[in-house]
Design a protein around this ligand. Structure first.
Ligand SMILES: Nc1ncnc2c1ncn2[C@@H]1O[C@H](COP(=O)(O)OP(=O)(O)OP(=O)(O)O)[C@@H](O)[C@H]1O
Ligand SMILES: [Mg+2]
Length: 182
C-alpha cells in the first residue's frame, strides 16, 4: 500500500524520512455544484486505495454532494447517501472501492477504533465527513474544507494535504481541476 493510515501501521521506531515543510493550503471558489463535481473528479483521478480525504465545513456545505460526485467519477453506480446515522457507507461498485464515513456523531477516538475499519481503510479510498476530529489518527491525509460563499450556491474550497506522499500528489489534483484533465 503506497500510503498507510497510522492506525494500520504503528511503527516501532521513528521514520527516518526527511522532514518536509507543508505546502500552503490552496483556496479558490467553486461557483456552482458543477464546479464542486469537477473538483471531486480531479480528486478521484489521483487518489488510490489507502488514501484518506477529510471533508470539513458546516452543515449543508456540500460534503455529501462532493462525495456523490467523487463516487460517480469512479464509475460507480452505488447510491450515495449521508452516513449521518449509519456512520459508514461502503460503495462497492466504485473502483477503487470507497468508504464514506460521517464522523459528526463520533464522540471519541476510541469510538472510531471500535468500528474496526483497518482493512477497509487499507483497501478503499476513504472520504470522511466532519473528518477534522480524526486528523491525528492518520499519517497521510488530504483535506477539503467547503464554506458557503453567498446565497447563489457558490462555495469557497480550501484544499490541503498532510504527509509527504499526499503533499506530493496535491499539485496534480489542483492542476487537474484548474487546467482540466490532461
Ligand atoms: N457549489 C455547491 N457545492 C455543493 N453543494 C451545493 C453547491 N451549491 C448548492 N449545493 C447544495 O447544497 C446542499 C449540500 O448538502 P450536503 O448534504 O452535500 O451537505 P453536507 O456538507 O454533507 O451536510 P452535512 O453537514 O449535513 O453532512 C445540497 O442540497 C446541494 O445541492
Ligand atoms: Mg453530509
Amino acid at each position: 500500500m503506497k500510503r498507510q493510515a497510522k492506525l494500520l501501521a504503528r511503527p516501532e521506531t521513528l521514520p527516518d524520512s526527511p522532514v518536509s515543510l507543508p505546502l500552503p493550503a490552496a483556496t479558490f471558489p467553486l461557483e456552482s455544484e458543477a464546479d464542486t463535481a469537477r473538483l471531486a473528479a480531479a480528486f478521484a483521478a489521483h487518489l488510490g486505495a489507502g488514501d484518506v480525504l477529510l471533508l470539513t465545513g458546516g452543515l449543508a456545505a456540500g460534503k455529501t454532494t462532493f462525495t456523490r460526485a467523487f463516487v460517480a467519477a469512479l464509475g460507480a453506480t452505488d447510491t450515495v447517501s449521508s452516513p449521518t446515522y449509519t456512520l459508514v457507507n461502503l460503495y462497492n461498485s466504485a473502483r477503487p472501492l470507497v468508504l464514506h464515513m460521517d464522523a459528526y456523531r463520533i464522540e471519541s477516538v476510541a469510538e472510531f477504533y471500535d468500528l474496526a475499519l483497518e482493512d477497509e481503510l487499507e483497501t478503499r479510498i476513504s472520504l470522511i465527513e466532519w473528518g477534522a476530529k480524526l486528523a491525528d489518527e492518520f499519517d497521510e491525509t488530504f483535506q477539503l474544507d467547503l464554506q458557503m460563499a453567498d446565497q447563489s450556491g457558490a462555495r469557497i474550497a480550501t484544499v490541503s494535504a498532510s504527509g509527504i506522499a499526499a503533499q506530493a500528489t496535491l499539485p496534480a489534483i489542483l492542476s487537474h481541476f484548474h487546467k482540466g484533465a490532461p
